[in-house]
Design a protein around this ligand. Structure first.
Ligand code: NAP
Length: 486
């Protein structure tokens, strides 16, 4: 299909350091591809450790100015940024689809979703209240104030290249912090385009810096070793998150970690089947299964198991898989061929271990980055698909008999991000929700992420919360001022 983002003013290929759009020191570049077609979209700068250090120094230099602004001044600039993002929603979505692959309607949704955090934190910026604590001694007063933590470093993945960054920059700036961002190598364009709009909204030089480069180890190494950085916020895989936490230990940085998931969706016999099918379709196949809160394990009670499998397969067979830039496409490619190989391996291994392919089960014919939407029945907890994050359009369906068995199966993982249950029994809703070891439980609902509610995981899915009234705390220090001799 003839579509070009090359003429877009929002297509930026340089890094942003101290208010300047700059090349890599080496003048090196790295290619960005459209996963649907394999076409090279553009070359972007390939920065490393030295540029990261300068970006951190710029953020540190800008900190007194930005943190010294009133909350209202910061809020007004964030509001302007929100307006600009929404005014450019279509173009930002086209850039996102071109580099990431998701269908345009999903990309537009992601732009609006990311922007909603900018708006929310523009509002929350004005509500960073302190406290006065009654003193235990005569002649004293205890005051508690909240202050921005300082320079923040942010590392984000390719699956939500716009929203994952907006969700970090917005609370950081609202709190008064400055930030250095590193987007994923596959998808730098979405990050650069929203940074350009932030500049146009009046964010001063050095407050937002974007380092783009394929040497993620070197960039992450500098971000975690540099003592000027006071906090690292990361969204990505659990192994990289653990590594970054270890690296942050030497300078005792605060960390927020949004890591991998292995979400169960538990469908009880008494569930509304239409609702449950709809929930499973959305939560399993959104972004072709490449979200950290995607249902990874579909668990269905024995009484409705066969009916559920048949109905889900009928719905999934209607998907229109293809290039995300085409209007009719409901599901796009995976991000790269490596991702397809990983998904193929997991499916082949499940089939070898006795899973039954009800639908799909093979690579897609549309191109090297496609895998067919797949339903696997008779899945068992001993299979790899039970233990590992699939990150593709594959729904393994497990059978259970009792509530206790469902809870035990659901919790039998090191992950604890999102979980979902479908039931109409109030007692079961409470009991199961409380027993699930997850940061989030969707009850008869899988669309559980928005700016007003806390997003985050427990166990090896991470720590910290993004969004909601709790989200600013991750970017603030609590300081005691004890007045004596009064
Ligand atoms: P990843 O490999 O961990 O990459 C994420 C980011 O980390 C990228 O920017 C990557 O840069 C960078 N990175 C990789 N190795 C690094 C290192 N040694 N030091 C510093 N940075 C490094 O994750 P992914 O496979 O792209 O993303 C998918 C994962 O993210 C899944 O596990 C998913 O569940 C998780 N995720 C979690 C959430 C959440 O909110 N909990 C949301 C979305 C995704 P390069 O691109 O340059 O390698």
């Amino acid at each position: 299909m003839a579509f070009s983002i090359q003429n877009s003013e929002l297509l930026v290929t340089k890094g942003l350091i101290d208010g300047q759009w700059v090349d890599a020191d080496s003048k090196g570049t790295v290619a960005v591809f459209n996963p649907a077609t394999g076409e090279e979209l553009v070359q972007v700068v390939d920065m490393g450790e030295a540029e990261t250090r300068r970006a951190i120094e710029a953020a540190n230099k800008a900190f007194p100015l930005w943190s010294g602004k009133t909350a209202k001044e910061r809020s007004d600039i964030l509001e302007k940024w929100f307006d600009l993002i929404m005014a450019n929603q279509d173009e930002l979505a086209a850039i996102l689809t071109a580099e990431q692959g998701k269908p345009l309607f999903e990309a537009k949704g992601e732009i609006a979703y990311g922007a909603s955090y900018v708006k929310w934190f523009a509002e929350e910026a004005r509500r960073v209240y302190g406290d006065i604590i009654p003193a235990a001694q005569q002649g004293r007063r205890n005051l508690v104030i909240k202050q921005p933590i300082g320079v923040v470093a942010a590392i984000t993945p390719w699956n939500f290249p716009s929203a994952m960054l907006a969700r970090k920059i917005a609370p950081a700036l609202a709190a008064g912090c400055t930030i250095v961002c590193k987007p994923a190598t596959e998808t730098p364009l979405s990050a650069l385009s929203i940074a350009l709009l932030a500049e146009q909204a009046g964010v001063p030089a050095g407050v937002i810096n974007v380092v783009v480069g394929s040497s993620s180890r070197a960039i992450g190494g500098e971000m975690t070793a540099n003592p000027l950085v006071r906090k690292l916020t990361f969204t990505g895989s659990t192994p990289v998150g653990k590594l970054l936490m270890k690296q942050c230990a030497d300078t005792v940085k605060r960390t927020s970690m949004e890591l991998g998931g292995n979400a169960p969706i538990i469908i009880f016999d008494d569930a509304d089947l239409d609702q449950a099918i709809n929930g499973a379709l959305i939560s399993k196949f959104r972004n072709s299964g490449q979200t950290c809160i995607c249902s990874n394990r579909v668990m269905v009670q024995a009484g409705i198991y066969d009916r559920f499998v048949e109905r889900l397969a009928a719905e999934v067979s209607q998907f229109k898989v293809g290039n995300g830039l085409e209007e009719s496409t409901t599901h796009g490619p995976l991000v790269n061929e490596k991702a397809v190989n990983g998904v193929a391996e997991l499916v082949d291994s499940a089939v070898a271990d006795g899973a039954r392919v009800v639908l799909g089960g093979a690579r897609g014919e549309q191109g090297a980055c496609f895998y067919q939407p797949t339903i696997l029945a008779d899945a068992k907890p001993s299979m790899r698909v039970f233990k590992e994050e699939i990150f593709g359009p594959v729904a393994p369906i497990f059978k259970f008999e009792t509530d206790e068995e469902a809870i035990a199966m659901a919790n039998d993982t090191e992950f604890g991000l999102a979980s979902y249950i479908y039931t109409n029994n109030l007692k079961r809703i409470w009991n199961v929700s409380e027993a699930l070891e997850y940061g989030m439980v969707g009850v008869n609902e899988t669309a559980i992420s928005s700016e007003v509610i806390p997003f985050g995981g427990v166990k090896e899915s991470g720590q910290g919360r993004e969004g909601s009234k709790y989200g600013l705390d991750d970017y603030l220090e609590t300081k005691l001022i004890c007045l004596g001799g009064l």
